[in-house]
Ligand binder design. Structure first.
Ligand SMILES: [Zn+2]
Ligand SMILES: [Zn+2]
Length: 325
């Protein structure tokens, strides 16, 4: 366990440092430049995914659909337990075997390399909902959901992105491997294997297998996107009512525990990204707990209940999460 007080002070000092910077950033000043090849790519994913949904109700075999659900769960954990809680926030430590598992799961989700994901995410936390935030929610739901991936990064995002400390990620051989062999790794784990396995093991057709997997990929994408859009728009703010990030239970269910977003932006180093110790909607926390039991995850960081409570009383919106009001 990390010392709570020290972590809290460190984070407070960091917050104070960037506050001045944030004041100078206008939240919607720069015009957006659309990247058309990305628009075409996303359009294809959506058309193919919709066709996959149609096939789920018509000709796809049920093991193909179940397999799609399994791939979705593993890929999602690669984002939530891997790219997010382990690599972006260092909220726990993982031994190499777990890091390899998470890199493989993460590649099944293909949300760019972990290098890019972590840089964008650290930037998002440091400059939340300003022009230096890659998915600034002040630009509207569509932009923070998916629009930011189809437009050129703002000058502020590029400029401030260079100030993010990425030394831990650059020095990680498992993540360097993922980046170096990005095309074969993402191609194989996100597209080829999930398509070929149903064809080989239960004689699924190529058309069914490909489109159901694209549907699975699309669901993974949209669930992650919802953390940036829906969880920055709808929900309670028990910890800091001045922030856009909110507690959104629906996002938590889909994103395996990532929707307790007001808590997460206030205490980003907590491996649970949630305060209640409730693992019902937090499969990612259970996954990390399991590997902690195995011995492959260690130094799990938690914020104490007292720190959480005093912060909630100081800056929260008054939502009662402890049932004692
Ligand atoms: Zn956020
Ligand atoms: Zn985060």
């Amino acid at each position: 366990m990390a010392p709570y007080a020290t972590e809290t002070n460190k984070s407070q000092a960091k917050e104070d440092n960037v506050k001045e910077d944030i004041k100078t950033l206008d939240s919607t000043s720069q015009k957006l430049k659309i990247i058309y090849p990305y628009v075409i790519t996303f359009s294809y994913w959506h058309l193919a995914g919709l066709y996959g949904l149609y096939l789920c109700f018509t000709s796809a075999k049920w093991p193909t659909i179940l397999f799609g659900f399994l791939v979705y769960m593993l890929a999602e954990l690669g984002v939530t337990a891997g790219a997010h809680r382990l690599w972006s926030h260092k909220s726990y430590k993982a031994k190499p075997p777990l890091q390899i598992i998470l890199m493989i799961f993460n590649s099944m989700a293909f949300q760019n390399s972990v290098f890019t994901w972590v840089r964008d995410h650290r930037l998002h936390h440091k400059y939340s909902d300003t022009d230096a935030d890659p998915h600034n929610a002040h630009r509207g739901f569509f932009y923070s959901h998916i629009g930011w991936l189809m437009t050129k990064k703002s000058e502020e995002v590029i400029k401030k992105g260079k100030t993010i400390d990425m030394s831990d990620i650059y020095s990680n051989p498992i993540l360097r491997f993922q980046k170096k062999y990005a095309v074969p790794i993402f191609g194989t784990l996100c597209f080829v294997l999930p398509t070929v396995i149903p064809m080989y093991f239960w004689n699924e057709t190529f058309v069914n297998s490909w489109h159901v997997n694209i549907l699975r990929y699309l669901v993974n994408l949209h669930i992650s996107f919802c953390v940036n859009s829906a969880a920055h728009k709808w929900g309670y703010k028990p910890y800091d009512k001045s922030l856009l990030p909110s507690q959104n239970i629906l996002v938590s269910i889909g994103a395996l525990g990532e929707g307790f977003h007001n808590f997460h932006h206030v205490f980003p180093w907590d491996y649970r990204t949630a305060e209640l110790g409730n693992t019902k909607f937090n499969i990612t926390a259970s996954f990390i707990d399991f590997f902690s039991w195995v011995g492959w995850a260690y130094d799990l960081k938690k914020v104490s209940k007292d720190v959480v409570k005093s912060r909630a009383e100081r800056t929260g919106d008054g939502t009662d999460l402890w049932g004692n009001k």
